[in-house]
Design a protein around this ligand. Structure first.
Ligand SMILES: [Zn+2]
Length: 253
């Protein structure tokens, strides 16, 4: 079973439970009542509803849609909201997959079910739900734009470093330095790109700033030496970098 298929039933159960909570939200938020306490009670006899009579779908079926104590009919609305939310959660999963994008989708579904229920009852959309919804929407779309830009430029740091190297090789050293500084803000320390940045920094800065170039090259050599199983290319690179370092050290002294 794929992770996505395994997540289906989980999301459905989550949706049922969220739907159960949304029934409380739909009934209480328009009246300005707390959605936390008191717990649910029968609207006629006011008997608190025990946890085992409050299980999504199942309790409604077992109680045959009636209050255990006084027999007051329970609205069909409760299991319908639970089912709809369960199905919408599975739909969101099918649409977004197991990605970060699923979270705003679930929040959107949750908010929309609550808003729909309240709007049907009272012809109003409470600020308490719509205003946080706007905030979630802005954050979610910012995340999406960021992810999209990473998809378009999967290796921005790498491309920037190579651009700096090219600038350095055609003698535009100052432009190369500016580009290196920009690359520096793009890379994460400890990655292969950080190492490449050290390598290119040493190459570009060598004649102008030997101390800085030497520090970068020393980091690079140390990283290559620490590799548990260097490839043939990495071994050759290490010999090359050590030779350059020897030249730089000689120059600095
Ligand atoms: Zn009752």
């Amino acid at each position: 079973m794929t992770p996505l298929a395994a997540a289906g039933p989980v999301l459905f159960l989550m949706g049922l439970c969220v739907g159960s909570f949304l029934n409380v939200v739909i009934a209480r938020v328009p009246e300005g009542r707390s959605i936390v306490s008191p717990g649910s009670a029968c609207p006629r006899c006011a008997t608190p509803i025990a946890w085992y009579d409050n299980i999504p779908l199942l309790s409604f079926a077992f109680l045959r849609a009636r209050c255990r104590k006084c027999g007051e009919p329970i609205s069909w609305r409760y299991p319908v909201v639970e089912l709809i939310t369960g199905f919408l959660f599975v739909w969101a999963l099918a649409d977004r997959g197991l990605t970060l994008d699923l979270i705003p989708a679930l929040l959107l579904v949750t908010g929309l079910v609550a808003i729909t229920g309240i709007d049907l009852d009272h012809q109003l959309i409470p600020d308490a739900i719509s205003l946080p919804g706007i905030a979630v929407g802005i954050v979610a779309s910012a995340v999406t734009v960021y992810e999209e830009s990473l998809r378009l430029f999967p290796d921005q740091a790498h491309a920037t470093i190579l651009f700096a190297r090219a600038l350095g090789r055609v003698g535009r050293t100052e432009d190369a330095e500016v580009t290196l500084a920009r690359a520096h803000s793009l890379i994460r320390p400890g990655t292969g790109e950080a190492a490449l940045l050290d390598r290119v920094t040493a190459e570009v800065m060598g004649p102008r700033a030997p101390t800085q170039a030497r520090a970068a090259l020393e980091r690079y050599v140390a990283r290559l030496r620490a590799l548990p199983e260097p490839t043939r290319a990495e071994k050759a690179d290490l010999i090359d970098a050590e030779r350059q370092l020897a030249v730089l050290v000689g120059g600095v002294r």
